[in-house]
Design a protein around this ligand. Structure first.
Ligand SMILES: Nc1nc2c(c(=O)[nH]1)N[C@H]1C(S)=C(S)[C@@H](COP(=O)(O)OP(=O)(O)OC[C@H]3O[C@@H](n4cnc5c(=O)[nH]c(N)nc54)[C@H](O)[C@@H]3O)O[C@H]1N2
Ligand SMILES: Nc1nc2c(c(=O)[nH]1)N[C@H]1C(S)=C(S)[C@@H](COP(=O)(O)OP(=O)(O)OC[C@H]3O[C@@H](n4cnc5c(=O)[nH]c(N)nc54)[C@H](O)[C@@H]3O)O[C@H]1N2
Ligand code: SF4
Ligand SMILES: [Mo]
Length: 699
């Protein structure tokens, strides 16, 4: 007999409610759950593809060890004992260890309760992670302005009347640092009540297509646009801080003079958006309507990423929209991490590249390869990769390929042999996704409504398989034992979750949440900044000196001559997720998506034709890729999706290898980063494009 289980999806930040119909261990269907309190029935193709993950024949089920270049299955005890012995021996020689933690770990609350254990076992204060490829600028801004790395104000889309999205593509990504399932319908509802969506992006994206207006912006230049909008708000006397006046500290007064000297025409020329458009956006944002400015990857993973995120907050304050119904507000979720974890930290660390920012104990991943390639006693010689694939996800993947080969010990926690884990000595695979429970631990605090939703495992775990959290906990204990450390009591993640829920203001128990398979709705967001601020004086620290200094650095850069190059940007597709959902046949079907999008004028100038091959060259490397001529990208811009490149030797993803594509991160550059956060620069990469030589020779 078949059974239907309600569950939330663990793939992306939207955390949609799913209905999974099973018979025994067979998955009959996965559909959207119309009764889920947040997603209201929305599902994307990736949610359905969880079935392919669960049943993927390429998925590893037992630990494997590399022996003479071949993978051999071994038992868990053997894996733990050998890894612990090797690590402790290496530590004895003074060899430095490291951890890299990837994105899926952020969607596994149980695993996140154990990462600290592994750090302690290995003796690490700091780790590398996908966060410094992605979002660290947000955390720097939130730490300095609001006093807590995780205090994020998100657009209240359901009551907003004018929403500007700059450098985000929620139609493909389903939202980021903004849990907003069912985005498309929410936009339609906004438009039905005469609200408007404006998108700023170098590509006419899926989100731009449903918007009321779309403006092309030159990659990497949004700072000029943001300053232009802010200056227009000040110059037109549109500032309205009345909702938050009591919360602004004295440094607010430093902001108007800091932008006063910019020339609107110069800003417009820099970013390619006219002064009139900037003025119009300022006028609309500050008009008598709830409005919100939201910026994501396109404005985070660039050289002025932190400055951009700061300017976005300042514009929302100046236009009267921070902490406003229909503007941007800080959620008050059922599990309130703000109250339960510390404020975080912004420090400086020594790296192979000199002093670098370290936010929340993160080391900048742009330095990761160089730390393995250095030749002194500081060289990283053992590495643990948790749910990550940096060879395809971090800049200069080919350099990482070389660096990983130098390690004395590498352990990957992954269910696949990927471009990264193929370098490992051991791979420790978790059980299937439907054999784990799920709670949106990090995403409740970013959601458009306050809510809770817990999903128990649907299937029992097969004999001999383990969840990621158990693997990490057991390996940590083995290392501690081998190293003669005191052994801690490992708390079951479910108990930690229950405790955190009960300690949050809503005071729910896990049993209560579990009894509501469609989730518990705690209502719409509410203004609450006054209680939420964690700065020492309880005020918003408006203008941290670092941000003002960065504004000056940007001003100085405006006079730099712009080289005549194409600018490469990334691209997400609703049927992919970073590097790791490419092994699903149903997601992979359709035309090849790993193409170089190029504007017709730029294609013509280089003799490129649609479907032909191009060679794209950056400072670090070059790749050959099929051309897709399209005026969806603006002149001067080319786009390649990230997450491809599965043709590397030894990758064990048989479906993904049918359309392996090339990796955009073989072109991105570890030398470029945002100096205030250490975040990588993954967009606006300078490239040249030419017809691929083979093709020319064949003619
Ligand atoms: N050029 C460019 N590069 C980018 C980006 C971009 O926009 N442009 N985006 C960046 C962003 S935002 C991010 S977050 C990073 C992501 O960077 P990473 O997190 O390093 O990479 P992923 O591709 O998400 O790889 C996740 C790995 O985890 C494995 N995995 C999946 N689920 C599980 C699980 O439940 N348990 C275990 N043990 N393993 C699992 C997968 O098989 C895969 O190997 O990429 C970044 N890289
Ligand atoms: N389907 C799918 N969903 C995903 C993911 C995925 O890989 N696939 N990844 C998940 C993860 S880990 C994350 S972090 C989120 C990311 O979520 P988003 O940030 O919404 O996703 P992106 O598609 O990277 O959107 C960035 C947009 O910025 C634009 N852009 C590039 N350079 C610039 C620039 O200089 N200025 C401006 N204004 N725009 C620019 C790009 O064209 C792109 O449309 O998505 C999550 N959801
Ligand atoms: S949008 Fe994200 S959470 Fe929703 S079904 Fe798709 S992958 Fe899952
Ligand atoms: Mo991400």
């Amino acid at each position: 007999m078949s059974m239907i289980h309600a569950r939330t999806c663990h793939i992306c930040e939207a955390n949609c409610g799913l209905l999974v119909e099973v018979e025994g261990r067979e998955i009959l269907s996965i559909r959207g759950n119309p009764d889920h309190v947040l997603s209201r029935g929305h599902i994307c193709p990736k949610g359905t593809a969880i079935a392919d993950l669960q049943d993927d024949p390429d998925r590893l089920h037992k630990p494997v060890k590399k022996v003479d270049g071949q993978w051999q299955e071994i038992g868990w005890e053997q894996a733990y004992t050998e890894i612990a012995a090797k690590l402790v021996a290496l530590k004895g020689q003074g060899a430095k260890p490291a951890i890299y933690a990837g994105n899926p770990g952020a969607h596994d609350y149980a695993l996140s309760t154990q990462v600290g254990q592994l750090r302690r076992a290995i003796g690490l204060k700091n780790i590398y992670s996908a966060s410094t490829l992605d979002q660290i600028p947000h955390h720097v801004v939130q730490y300095h302005m609001y006093g807590h790395v995780s205090l994020a104000a998100v657009p209240d889309i359901d009551r907003c009347q004018y929403l500007v999205i700059i450098g985000g593509n929620p139609m493909a990504s389903n939202g980021s640092i903004w849990t907003v399932p069912d985005f498309r319908k929410r936009v339609k509802e906004m438009q039905a009540r005469d609200g408007r969506l404006v998108v700023v992006d170098p590509r006419r994206t899926e989100t731009a297509r449903i918007a009321d207006a779309h403006h092309f912006v030159k990659p990497g230049t949004d700072t000029a646009l943001l300053i232009g909008i802010l200056k227009s708000i000040f110059d037109s006397g549109l500032v309205d801080t009345s909702r938050v006046d009591a919360l602004l500290d004295d440094s607010w007064s430093a902001i108007e003079p800091a932008v006063a000297g910019f020339d609107m025409d110069q800003l417009a020329a820099h970013c390619g958006i006219s002064a009139a458009t900037m003025q119009e956006m300022a006028t609309q944002l500050a008009a008598d309507q709830p409005a919100a400015l939201y910026g994501r990857m396109g404005v985070s993973v660039c050289e002025f990423g932190t400055l951009n995120q700061w300017l976005i907050q300042i514009i929302n304050i100046a236009s009267g929209n921070l902490d406003r119904v229909g503007g941007t507000m800080v959620p008050q979720p059922a599990l309130d991490t703000i109250n339960l974890v510390g404020r975080g930290s912004v420090r400086t660390v020594d790296t192979v590249r000199g002093p670098m920012p370290s936010i929340m104990g993160e080391l900048p991943t742009i330095t990761f390869a160089d730390e393995m390639l250095r030749d002194d006693e500081q060289r990283i010689r053992s590495l643990f990769v948790l749910t990550g694939n940096p060879v395809l996800s971090a800049p200069d993947g080919a350099k990482l390929d070389r660096a990983l080969e130098r390690l004395d010990l590498m352990v990957s926690f992954d269910m696949y042999v990927t471009a990264t884990s193929r370098h490992a000595d051991y791979i420790l695979p978790p059980c299937g996704p439907l054999e784990k429970d799920h709670y949106p631990f990090f995403f409740g605090p970013l959601a458009i409504r306050n809510y809770a939703s817990y999903s128990p495992a649907i299937f029992d775990m097969p004999d001999g398989e383990k969840a990621d959290w158990e693997i990490v906990a057991e390996l940590s204990l083995a290392i501690m034992a081998q190293d003669g450390q005191d052994l801690p009591n490992i708390r079951v993640p479910r108990d930690v979750l229950d405790n955190m829920l009960q300690s949050s203001p809503a005071g729910l128990t896990l049993a209560e949440v579990e009894a509501a398979p469609n989730g518990i709705d705690l209502g719409p967001l509410q203004p609450c900044m006054a209680e939420r601020l964690r700065t020492e004086n309880g005020k918003i620290h408006c203008a941290h000196p670092d941000f003002l200094a960065e504004l000056q650095r940007f001003a100085a850069s405006l006079d730099d001559e712009q080289p005549d190059v194409l600018r490469l940007i990334g691209r997400r597709h609703v049927r992919q997720n970073n590097s790791w959902l490419h092994n699903s046949k149903r997601l992979l079907k359709g035309p090849d998506r790993c193409t170089l999008m190029i504007h017709p004028d730029d294609a013509m100038a280089r003799g490129l034709t649609d479907g032909g091959m191009a060679t794209v060259t950056s400072r670090v490397n070059s790749v050959d890729i099929p051309v897709e001529v399209s005026d969806d990208v603006m002149p001067g811009v080319v786009s390649i999706p990230h997450g491809f490149g599965h043709g590397r030797k030894g990758v064990g993803l048989s479906v993904a290898r049918e359309k392996p594509g090339v990796s955009i991160n073989d072109l991105t550059d570890t030398e470029r980063f945002d100096p205030l956060s250490g975040n990588a620069v993954l967009n606006a990469v300078a490239v040249t494009v030419a017809r691929a030589e083979e093709l020319v020779a064949a003619e």
